[in-house]
Design a protein around this ligand. Structure first.
Ligand code: IPM
Ligand code: MG
Length: 369
C-alpha cells in the first residue's frame, strides 16, 4: 500500500494537531508495512505571510499529485480586515473547489466515555451516532453574484444549486445510509426558499432508487432543535453547504467538544481531510488543543483513501480506550470528574499512539495463532 499525503497544517492550532495525526499515520504505516509519504505544504495565513496568497500554486499542484490532502485549520485574526476573497479561509474554499470533493462527511458520535463531558444529559446523547453529509461546493459559499457595495451599502450573496449538484451529494448520503441504519434526514428551508424546494424534489427523486432507505425531510430551524432533543433519532443527515456548517458545529455538543469532530470530503479528484474545528488562535501553542479530531480525521484517511478499514477502526478504538482511561484535553474538562486527567496535545497524541500499538500487537498475535 503506497499513499502520498499532502499535509496542510495551516494556522493556529493546525500544526499542533496535524503533527499528532501524522504521527498516528506513521505508526499505522510502520506496523502494517505500508509506504505512506508526507509532504508539508503552505495554506491559509501562513501561506499569505510566506507567499502573499492563501493558496500558492505549488500547494495546489502538489495536492493534485497526491492521493489525499490532510488539513489542520486555517484562520488568523491578523487578516480580519482583508476582504473574504483574500483571507486565509479563501485558500480553504479554493482548495476545496480545486480538489473537487462535494460530499463532506462529518460524523458526530456520542463516545461512551465522554457521556459526562457533554452539557446534554447522558440519557439524551446515549447511542447517538450521526453522519452529516454536507454539500461542500455550492450554495451561498460559491454562488454568484456576490458583492458588498460600500457606496450603496448593499451586500449580496447568492444561494444557488443545480439539480445535478443536489443529486450527486444525495446519492452519497443514500449509499452511506444503506450501510448504516438506513435512514436519511434531508435538511432544507422549503417553506421559504426555491433552492430548498429544488433540493427537496431532487432528494425525493434519488430516494426512489434506494427503497430500503427511509427518507425524511426536516426544516433547518426545527432540525436545530431536534438535534439537541433527540440526537439518537438521526442516522445520515444530508444538508446544503451553510446549513451543514452550522448544524455540524451544533452536533459537536453531542460529543462534548468541537475538538472531537473529524471530516472527509469525497467525490473529487483528491479527497480532502480536515477536522471540523477552526484554528483557535487563542490557545495556539499552549498545549490545550485537542488532537483527537485530527487523529480521527487520520482514521478517515485510512478508511476512504487507503481502504484500510481495520486500521481505521484500530485508530478509533485507540481513541476510545484513551478516553475510557480518563484522559482529557482542556476542552473536555467539564466539571471535576473523578478519574479524569487533563493532558496536553502532545501527551494525548502519545497516549493514542501507545493504545494503538497495543491494539495492533494484539491483532497481530491473534493472526499468528
Ligand atoms: C468548516 C469551517 C469553514 C467553513 C471555514 C473555515 C471556511 O467553518 O469547515 O466548517 O465554513 O466551511
Ligand atoms: Mg464550520
Amino acid at each position: 500500500m503506497h499513499l502520498k499525503i499532502a499535509v496542510l497544517a495551516g494556522d493556529g492550532i493546525g500544526p499542533e494537531v496535524t503533527q499528532e495525526a501524522v504521527q498516528i499515520l506513521r505508526a499505522v504505516a510502520e506496523m502494517g508495512g505500508y509506504d505512506f509519504q508526507f509532504q508539508q505544504l503552505l495554506l491559509g495565513g501562513v501561506a499569505i505571510t510566506a507567499a502573499g496568497t492563501p493558496l500558492p500554486t505549488a500547494t495546489l499542484d502538489a495536492c493534485l499529485e497526491s492521493d489525499a490532502a490532510l488539513l489542520g485549520a486555517v484562520g488568523d485574526n491578523k487578516f480580519n480586515a482583508l476582504p473574504p476573497d483574500r483571507r486565509p479561509e479563501a485558500g480553504l474554499l479554493q482548495i476545496r473547489q480545486a480538489l473537487g470533493g462535494y460530499a463532506n462527511l462529518r460524523p458526530s458520535i456520542a463516545y461512551k466515555p465522554l457521556t459526562n463531558n457533554s452539557p446534554l444529559r447522558p440519557e439524551v446523547t446515549e447511542g447517538a451516532n450521526i453522519l452529516f453529509v454536507r454539500e461542500l461546493l455550492g450554495g451561498l459559499y460559491f454562488g454568484e453574484p456576490r458583492s458588498w457595495n460600500k457606496d450603496t451599502n448593499l451586500a449580496i450573496n447568492t444561494m444557488r444549486y443545480t439539480r445535478d449538484e443536489v443529486a450527486r451529494v444525495a446519492r452519497v448520503a443514500f449509499e452511506l445510509a444503506s450501510k448504516r441504519k438506513k435512514k436519511v434526514t434531508s435538511v432544507d428551508k422549503a417553506n421559504v426558499l426555491e433552492v430548498s424546494q429544488l433540493w427537496r424534489a431532487t432528494v425525493t427523486e434519488i430516494a426512489a432508487q434506494y427503497p430500503d432507505v427511509t427518507l425524511e425531510h426536516q426544516l433547518v430551524d426545527s432540525m436545530a432543535m431536534h438535534l439537541m432533543n433527540i440526537p439518537r433519532n438521526f442516522d445520515v443527515v444530508l444538508t446544503e453547504n451553510l446549513f451543514g456548517d452550522i448544524l455540524s458545529d451544533e452536533a459537536a455538543v453531542i460529543t462534548g467538544s468541537l475538538g472531537m469532530l473529524p471530516s472527509a470530503t469525497i467525490g473529487g479528484a483528491v479527497n480532502l481531510y480536515e477536522p471540523v474545528h477552526g484554528s483557535a488562535p487563542d490557545i495556539a501553542g499552549t498545549g490545550k488543543a485537542n488532537p483527537l479530531g485530527a487523529i480521527l480525521t487520520a482514521a478517515m484517511v485510512l478508511r476512504h483513501s487507503a481502504g484500510l478499514e481495520q486500521d481505521a477502526q484500530a485508530v478509533e478504538t485507540a481513541v476510545n480506550n484513551v478516553l475510557e482511561a480518563g484522559y482529557r484535553t482542556a476542552d473536555l474538562a467539564r466539571g471535576n470528574q473523578p478519574g479524569q486527567q487533563i493532558v496536553t496535545t502532545r501527551e494525548m497524541g502519545k497516549l493514542v499512539h501507545s493504545a494503538l500499538n497495543e491494539i495492533i500487537d494484539r491483532r497481530q498475535a491473534m493472526h499468528a495463532v
